[in-house]
Design a protein around this ligand. Structure first.
Ligand SMILES: [Zn+2]
Length: 242
């Protein structure tokens, strides 16, 4: 586990529909179809890699393999393995891993950010688990390193936690009372890489759960491009930055 000494500050972000900690007023420049909001912690933008906007990063991830306590975390303070959550919702471990990998791939396909399984889960950049103290639906917790440049800080670690007492599903079925685990993870990973809510709806990073679209929307793409640059795949497809 990482020491907390370098955890200079902690804050977090949300879950769908219950995001009292984050107030976002989209600016005129961010309004419309291309709406996005960069996560700001203590006034700083945050990203993985280095502080220069538009530069890529390699980020490791793992599932919590044992209960872990994060004293300084505002969300996800108690993180436990996902087994119980998956079992309660009738989701196999294989399906859970497949959905999680797919969620990371969505961001990887869009921007110059690469996710790799952590060799040592205790050293994972992004740690995913179920909440030891269930609340809400899903949260992310983002911690940044000391130092900054041009108002940007580098993320040190992010936690993503889901409520094991809520029902979860794989795939959309029109019932928005039960959240699709992949869509939820895409949204929370968005927080874990530096994006906030642009508003209630219209983007994957919007704070209302929806089953109207499964892919990143124009604003999600603009936001993640601004942070990491466009992915090689999208550049090759001629789908460059606007
Ligand atoms: Zn959120």
């Amino acid at each position: 586990m990482r020491t907390s000494a370098i955890h200079h500050a902690v804050k977090i972000v949300c879950l769908f529909l219950l995001c009292p900690l984050v107030s976002v007023v989209p600016t005129a420049a961010n309004s419309g179809d291309g709406e996005f909001q960069l996560l700001k912690l203590d006034g700083y933008k945050v990203k993985w890699g280095d502080t220069e906007l538009g530069t890529g990063a390699v980020v490791s991830y793992a599932f919590a393999h044992a209960p872990q306590h994060f004293n300084d975390a505002r969300n996800c303070r108690e993180l436990v393995p996902m087994d119980d959550l998956a079992q309660r919702s009738g989701i196999s471990q294989a399906a859970l891993r497949k959905e999680t990998a797919a969620a990371f791939r969505v961001w990887e396909d869009a921007a110059n950010i690469t996710f790799v399984p952590a060799e040592n889960p205790d050293q994972a950049d992004i740690l995913i688990g179920a909440q030891g103290r269930p609340v809400g639906r899903a949260f992310a917790n983002v911690v940044y390193k000391t130092g900054s440049s041009n108002g940007v800080k580098v993320i040190d670690q992010a936690l993503v936690c889901l409520n094991p007492e809520q029902p979860w599903k794989v795939g959309f079925d029109g019932n928005t009372d039960v959240y699709d685990i992949r869509y939820t993870l895409i949204h929370e990973i968005g927080h874990a890489i530096g994006l906030d809510h642009p508003g209630p709806s219209g983007q994957v990073m919007s704070f209302k759960y929806t089953e109207r679209y499964q892919d990143l929307q124009a604003g999600d793409l603009r936001g993640v491009e601004l942070l990491y640059g466009v992915s090689i795949r999208r550049l090759a497809a001629g789908d460059g930055p606007q």
